[in-house]
Each structure stands twice: as structure tokens, then as C-alpha cells.
Design a protein around this ligand. Sequence first.
Ligand SMILES: Cc1cc2nc3c(=O)[nH]c(=O)nc-3n(C[C@H](O)[C@H](O)[C@H](O)COP(=O)(O)OP(=O)(O)OC[C@H]3O[C@@H](n4cnc5c(N)ncnc54)[C@H](O)[C@@H]3O)c2cc1C
Length: 339
Amino acid sequence: MLQIQENVSLKHFNTFGIDANARYFAEISREHELEELFADPQWLQTERLILGGGSNMLLVNNFDGLVIRLNIRGIQHRISHNDVFVEAGAGEVWNDLVNFCVDRNYGGMENLSLIPGSVGASPIQNIGAYGVELKDVFESCRAFEIATGTFRTFTKADCNFGYRESVFKTDLAGQYIIVSVKFHLSLIPNFNLKYGAIEQELANRNITQPTIEDISKVVSHIRVSKLPDPSTIGNAGSFFKNPVISMVEFEPLKQNFPEVVSYPAGEGLVKLAAGWLIEQCGWKGKIVGNTGTYQNQALVLVNHGGATGQEVYNLSSQIIDSVYTKFGVTLQREVNIIK
Ligand SMILES: Cc1cc2nc3c(=O)[nH]c(=O)nc-3n(C[C@H](O)[C@H](O)[C@H](O)COP(=O)(O)OP(=O)(O)OC[C@H]3O[C@@H](n4cnc5c(N)ncnc54)[C@H](O)[C@@H]3O)c2cc1C
């Protein structure tokens, strides 16, 4: 029987370590529990928050509704010639799934090693790192439609993936709960080494013919050296997206700031390094009350201990204002703001 708890602290359910409470809290371990939950009309009318690992959200206030924590487990895998299909429950830890695949030499996910969070959240913002995005290995996902109480399968085309975007954040926001995700991997590795840091680290290790495991280890090593560990210092990774602007907007910016860090982002588009923009405004390593930006990467906002969600949110607004004032570029938050 599904248990609904009341007034549950979410402090240990979000990587920022924000001490906010949920009015109601339900943990879902099996798909049918979602049908059971929403058979009661009370929960259809209550505000809801779907929770995975809480590594991409900022709880600004107590949540006066129902938090639904996905804990559906299980990994199945099937090999067909050189193709591998792996299906995992939404509540599996993302990096456990990556390790499961790396250990079996299933190629495709190695660059996504050590990203925090759950499998179920991975399609929401099309997680990405080191030149690979979830969409590159995504086959389909199964999701529960809250309004109708039915399950539906989404193909890659249905998901409308973009840079840190999917249909689950836009047109269908709040309507579906992902219960499992299916991935298409390969027994023939096709490495993506275009990020200089990976090549450099392989060279440091004298590895000329890397294996899937080598790439996973190197990516994990680079991540640990660059990003703060949420178990030591609360954070949710990159707080802002890297802004993508048109060439027309970029030209005057480049003239005023010749050293601006940028990358091509498709026809007539340029991606700017948000971390660089923030750093140029003097925010890197700055401490503001109980919050601040990480000393090695200004893109990461941190909880130095006891910060409220409102404090972190206010800091993010100040950063947006100062980047706009200096560069005329509007930063968008990547982290989901829960008010
Ligand atoms: C140190 C650090 C480094 C990071 N590095 C990266 C990185 O390199 N690349 C990257 O892309 N991200 C990165 N992130 C962000 C984060 O790890 C990912 O966004 C991850 O997918 C979030 O998973 P989660 O389970 O914690 O999601 P949550 O934070 O629990 O939820 C995120 C959003 O998804 C929704 N959601 C969660 N589960 C489901 C579900 N089953 N069905 C429907 N909606 C759901 C939530 O309601 C919320 O809106 C990093 C975070 C940290 C702390």
C-alpha cells in the first residue's frame, strides 16, 4: 500500500542541501503505484513536484504540495549483432547505469560518466557532457500521463531534444512522469574525443588506444578535478546555460571583448561560455552570505552551509543582472527553480 508522508524535510533529497519541507511526500517503487496514487482525485488537484536525485533543482521555499520521488529500479539489456539495448528504471542512479554499461563494454555513455542524478531525469534536460548528449544514446522512454492515468512510449523524435531541453520542459511540462528509459548502445566503440581535456588526460596516461573504460575513467577524473562534490559543498552543477546568440549579436560583442570565449553552435549561431561571462563580472569565488560561486568555476553556485533557496536565487538574479549590464547577454537558469 502506497504511503503518503506529511511534512518531510527535503534537505537530503537535493544536492544543494537546502532545508525545505514537502507538505506531502510519496515514494514510488513500482509503476502501478502511480495509477494507485492518481486514482484519488485529491492528488490530481494538488500541486506536484517530481523528484529524482534533486541534483538539478533549487527549492526556493517549502513545497506546499505533493513531492513524488521516483525509486523504480531495474536494468535489462539485450544484444542484437553489434547493437545493445539497455532499459533502466527511472529511479536507477545515472552513474550506476553508466558503470553497468562500461563494465560490459557497451559503448556510447562513457562521456556522460559521473553526472549526478537519476535515469528518469536524464531526458528532461537532455543531459550532456564532453561532446555527448543523452539524445545520442536515447532510444525511447516510457512515461505516465497524470491527467489520463495511462502510460505512453516516447520516441526520440517525440522528445524534441535540444541543448538542455526536451518536450518535457516545454510543451508537456508537468504532464508526464518518466518511469523508464531505453538506450541504444554499441559493441563497436565510436569515441568522441573532441574535448581537448580528454585527449590531454589520455596523453598524460600514455594511452594511445583507449577503451570504453579508459574514457570513463578519464572523464570522471576531469570532472572530479573541476566540479565541487555535492556531498562536501552543496551545489547543482552549472547553474546557467551557455547562452546561444546569433552571429549578428556576436560581432559587436567580439569587437568590444576580443577575448570572449565562444564556440560555433550551428548555422549563424554562437555559443558563449557562461562561466567566462560571469567570471569577467568579478563573481568567481565570491562569497555572499551563505552562498557564492565555486572558487574554480563561476558557473556553479554553492551553498557554503545553511543557505536558503531564496538566498541562492537572489544571488543568481544579481549575476544575471551584472552579466546583462556588462555584455548585453541574458543568462538563462539551467537549474529548475521550484517556488
Ligand atoms: C556536480 C554536478 C554536476 C553536474 N553536471 C552535469 C553535466 O555535466 N551535464 C548535465 O546535463 N547536467 C549536469 N548536472 C545536473 C544534473 O545532474 C542533471 O540535470 C540530472 O539529470 C538531474 O537528475 P536528478 O535525478 O537529480 O533530477 P532532479 O533534480 O530530481 O529533477 C530535475 C528535473 O527533472 C524532473 N524530473 C526528475 N525525474 C523525473 C521523472 N522521472 N519524470 C519526470 N520528471 C522528472 C524534476 O521535476 C525536475 O524538474 C550536474 C549536477 C551536479 C550537482
